[in-house]
Write a protein that binds this ligand. Structure first.
Ligand code: GLY
Length: 360
């Protein structure tokens, strides 16, 4: 069991361990109080875990209601958000009550935004069940839905009161879903922790590792949350260093958009990290060893290391990136394993970097 305190504007605790679904009611009651808990989950996760969490919440004294939406990024939309908000109102949740977002990144984003908006903001407990949500999206307070024009274009910073990551939930992920989370794990190694990166190279995180060494996977998740904690504690609203967490994301988001979101986010980020690293090496800005180590680790995790789309296609999609400011865009440039910098580059320079990143 690991416990990590996040010193955000509203401080909160992250609990990482096993059998935490069963213990969640008591943990949420201590962190949030309130009389009613609304569990927001999706059609994949709800049937697996909602009853366990609801029973635990009831045992802790909560009246419980469960809102289940259709799983998939294509449902992280305004109509689902509105349905969730109507559900909270129908069940008469008040300002003291709590939303429990139980699921992967889509559920955390959508449930978190519902909590941020309902009655101008009620308490939120994040219960991530995917590796990606555990190591990244459940911590740091970003919540959002997508618009036709792009991903995460409507959102709020809304800090949870508690995060509960039950490592046992990872056992029901497919190898592809598990690998998707590894994209963000590897990213954290590159931006902040050469020792983590080297340890991952020794023992790549896979579902097989989860089966044979659960404690190791728990330790990897905990270290990732510490890295994220350290970044968001310095810069909660992404004015400066939090941008480092976008390593690989400008090109990764473009791949995701070109693929109409049929390729997982972490997989797209993996290919995006490789592309920007190749470009940084071509520009003489990055230690040349980085690309072989990065591609080697990502391949061991079962992730993509090249873009399935041309530079022209990616550039067209990247123009919609919300990190773009007029004629320029903030990019995270790797220097060596464990050190990256944030550079504002012109769109013309970005186009050249994409071309360099896709040249083998
Ligand atoms: N996933 C990047 C961030 O939380 O800032």
């Amino acid at each position: 069991m690991h416990v990590i305190d996040v010193p955000a504007s509203t401080p909160y605790r992250v609990h990482i361990g096993t059998r935490l679904l069963e213990a969640s009611g008591g943990i949420i009651a201590s962190a949030c109080g309130g009389a009613q808990a609304a569990v927001i989950t999706d059609s994949n996760v709800g049937p697996l875990y909602a009853d366990i969490v609801a029973d635990s919440l009831k045992a802790a004294g909560y009246a419980v209601c469960v809102f289940t939406f259709e799983a998939g990024e294509e449902h992280k939309r305004a109509d689902t958000l509105l349905a969730a908000l109507e559900f909270l109102a129908e069940h008469e949740l008040d300002r003291n009550d709590v939303v429990v977002a139980l699921g992967g990144g889509v559920t955390g984003d959508l449930g978190g935004l519902a909590a941020a908006l309902y009655m101008r903001g009620i308490k939120l407990a994040q219960m991530p069940t995917s590796l990606l949500a555990m190591v990244d999206s459940s911590v740091g307070g970003k919540t959002a839905i997508d618009l036709e024009a792009g991903k995460n274009l409507v959102g709020a910073f809304w800090q949870p009161r508690v995060v509960i990551a039950d490592i046992g939930c990872l056992g029901t992920l497919t190898p592809e879903q598990f690998a998707d989370g590894c994209g963000e794990v590897v990213k954290h190694g590159v931006i902040a922790d050469p020792d983590l990166f080297a340890a991952l190279e020794q023992t790549p995180p896979t579902l097989q590792l989860l089966m044979t060494n659960l404690a190791r996977v728990e330790a990897i998740v905990a270290r990732n949350i510490e890295i994220k904690r350290d970044v968001v504690a310095q810069d909660e609203r992404e004015g400066s260093v939090r941008k480092l967490l976008n390593f690989g994301h400008s090109i990764g988001h473009a791949i995701e958009a070109c693929a109409a979101f049929t390729i997982g986010h972490g997989n797209c980020v993996a290919a995006g990290m490789c592309a920007i690293t190749r470009a940084a090496i071509a520009e003489g800005a990055c230690d040349p060893d980085v690309i072989d180590r990065l591609t080697g680790l990502l391949e061991a995790c079962g992730l993509m290391t090249t873009s399935p789309y041309s530079a022209e296609e990616l550039f067209a999609c990247a123009l919609h990136d919300k990190k773009r400011h007029g004629d320029s865009i903030d990019l995270v440039i790797p220097r060596r394993i464990g050190a990256c910098s944030i550079e504002n580059v012109s769109l013309d320079a970005f186009r050249i970097l994409i071309e360099e990143g896709l040249a083998s």
